[in-house]
Design a protein around this ligand. Structure first.
Ligand SMILES: NC(=O)c1ccc[n+]([C@@H]2O[C@H](COP(=O)([O-])OP(=O)(O)OC[C@H]3O[C@@H](n4cnc5c(N)ncnc54)[C@H](O)[C@@H]3O)[C@@H](O)[C@H]2O)c1
Length: 251
């Protein structure tokens, strides 16, 4: 299946985890990829793997919290490939913390990357996507749908992504740009050991409450296929959707 032949896709968070898996599948399906990540080394490594030397990928070191950098990332993509068809907003951060331990910087950093960063990339990309009648896929989380203990900022940021997605989907519905999101459960990526370590005195019952007893972690590819579906022509009649990607049946 080559649903992305002649398509240009910008993937944020392409250096790791879900973004990396998504960039790989899109590339296999024919897309040229702008690999955007705040970690320039990983963006370079992924772009090299996806064919930078043959003109099939570029690496862009971009912090999605920086409005100017987001605009430059879109401009560089269009300079390199001539257009932009799809934006996949996958960059994100998170951590477990007691609410009473969250200081202003902890709160702001998570909101800035997950919610404001998603908005800034959408705003930067929309003029190009209006030209190509393209698509946006954002990354929410089940934590943004039903909440999770010890993760107030993360849940608030992902809940914001859910309604940002729906707001843009309505606003651009008559102008040919689709805007959807995935809401994954737990994915086996570096995000979990890096950030989602429960506080020492956390109540394990409260953490388990977010999932069913049968719950298991997804491999990144299992979620990436849904991102790619929403980005593709197969989802041409899907707009404003937030697709849960999780084997937990409690939603
Ligand atoms: N892993 C999970 O269990 C899980 C569950 C639900 C949703 N998600 C969401 O999936 C997305 C991807 O997470 P992941 O699990 O692959 O994590 P990851 O840590 O493996 O990858 C995240 C990537 O985003 C990049 N990034 C972080 N801050 C950035 C910034 N300011 N600008 C640009 N890039 C930045 C990182 O360098 C990294 O390459 C995130 O939005 C996350 O919230 C993850």
């Amino acid at each position: 299946m080559d649903r992305f032949t002649d398509k240009v896709v910008l993937v944020t968070g392409a250096g790791s985890g879900l973004g990396l898996a998504t960039a790989r599948i899109l590339s296999r399906e024919g897309a040229r990829i702008a690999c955007v990540d705040v970690n320039g080394e990983s963006a370079e490594r992924v772009a090299a793997e996806l064919g930078a030397t043959e003109g099939r990928a570029i690496a862009l070191t971009t912090d999605v919290t920086d409005r100017t950098a987001c605009r430059e990332a879109v401009a560089s993509t269009v300079t390199e490939f001539g257009k932009l068809d799809v934006l996949c907003n996958i960059a994100g951060i998170g951590r477990f913390q007691h609410t009473l331990d969250v200081d202003a910087d902890d709160w702001q950093q998570i909101i800035d990357v997950n919610l404001t960063g998603t908005f800034l990339m959408c705003q930067a990309a929309l003029p190009q996507l209006l030209e190509t009648r393209g698509a946006i896929v954002n990354t929410a989380s089940i934590a943004g749908l039903r909440g999770q203990a010890y993760a107030a900022a993360y849940c608030a940021s992902k809940g914001g992504v859910v309604l940002l997605t729906k707001a843009l989907a309505i606003e651009y519905s008559t102008r040919g740009v689709r805007v959807n999101a995935v809401a994954p459960g737990g994915i086996n990526t570096p995000l979990i050991p890096a950030g989602f370590i429960p506080p020492e005195d956390a109540d394990p019952q409260l953490i388990l409450r977010a999932s069913a007893p049968t719950h298991s972690m997804a491999e990144p590819e299992q979620v990436a296929h849904t991102v790619v579906f929403l980005a593709s022509c197969d989802a041409s009649y899907v707009n404003g959707a937030v697709l849960v990607v999780d084997d937990c049946v409690l939603h």
